[in-house]
Design a protein around this ligand. Structure first.
Ligand code: ADP
Ligand code: MG
Length: 234
């Protein structure tokens, strides 16, 4: 039975989608059977980070019962499976995040690891994956505001009984992170640090995740360390 991770933070733009794409790719490169799911039903952009063009059916169609999980799953880089969302506004209006439950159950049967990218805020898009996941991986930059919002997500997770494994600090500059400040604002351990790296932007423009496109970059090293910390495998 697979392990399910929700990748979460109430703050937008902190690197949740980048983390889901790269962690998924690293784990797949290491030989694990991995699927990444775009649980950000309002603003899905995981497919773009992985070079997948969801020209056919998507997670939204699965949630409305119009198609099967299998038909909405695409092949991403390095053998990674991708369950993308639809960017159409109508699709968002008709999909219900609560229907994610059977979808994740089905994926658990087929894969070793299920990573669910989540949206910003504290709506159902986030709440449902937190509830479904075995583990919640928080993502935050080191800015005060981002840490505060991420702490809120941690508290929500705690309230609903989710198991929070820690936080990945992203876009970290040389002078950061100030470990004491992070600890005072966010009540969980730092599991990995991913430096600010222009290779991430370059990777995004080519739609190949940085761990595959620029494995020697500092960001790729950060994501490999994260995979190792989570699974105990390099
Ligand atoms: P979220 O999913 O939390 O909204 P994204 O993963 O979409 O955040 O990242 C937001 C922006 O930050 C993107 O443009 C992404 O390319 C950029 N970014 C993420 N991580 C890094 C990093 N380590 N270095 C530089 N840019 C990054
Ligand atoms: Mg995102």
């Amino acid at each position: 039975m697979a392990r399910v991770y929700a990748i979460a933070s109430a703050k937008g733009g902190v690197g949740k989608t980048t983390t889901t794409a790269n962690l998924g790719t690293v784990l797949s490169m290491a030989g694990q059977d991995v699927v990444v799911v775009d649980g950000d039903l309002g603003m899905p952009n995981l497919a773009g980070a992985l070079g997948v063009d969801p020209d056919g059916e998507t997670l939204h169609d699965v949630l409305t019962g119009e198609t099967t999980v299998e038909s909405a799953t695409y092949e991403g880089p390095e053998g990674l499976s991708v369950l993308p969302g639809s960017t159409a506004l109508e699709a968002f209006a008709s999909a219900n995040a609560k229907e994610l439950h059977p979808v994740i159950e089905e994926l658990k049967e087929r894969y070793d690891i299920v990573l669910v990218d989540t949206g910003a805020g504290l709506s159902d898009d986030t709440f449902v994956p937190l509830k479904l996941a075995d583990e919640v991986l928080l993502v935050s930059t080191t800015e005060r505001e981002a840490l505060g919002d991420t702490e809120k997500t941690r508290q929500l997770g705690e309230r609903i009984g989710a198991d929070v494994v820690g936080v990945v600090l992203t876009r970290v500059n040389q002078s950061n992170p100030n470990a004491d400040e992070v600890a005072s604002l966010l009540d969980t351990g730092v599991i990995a640090v991913v430096p600010e790296d222009s290779a991430i932007r370059e990777a995004l423009s080519t739609q190949v995740p940085v761990v595959a496109r620029a494995p020697k970059s500092i960001a790729a090293a950060g994501y490999r360390a994260l995979a190792e910390a989570l699974t105990g495998n390099p």
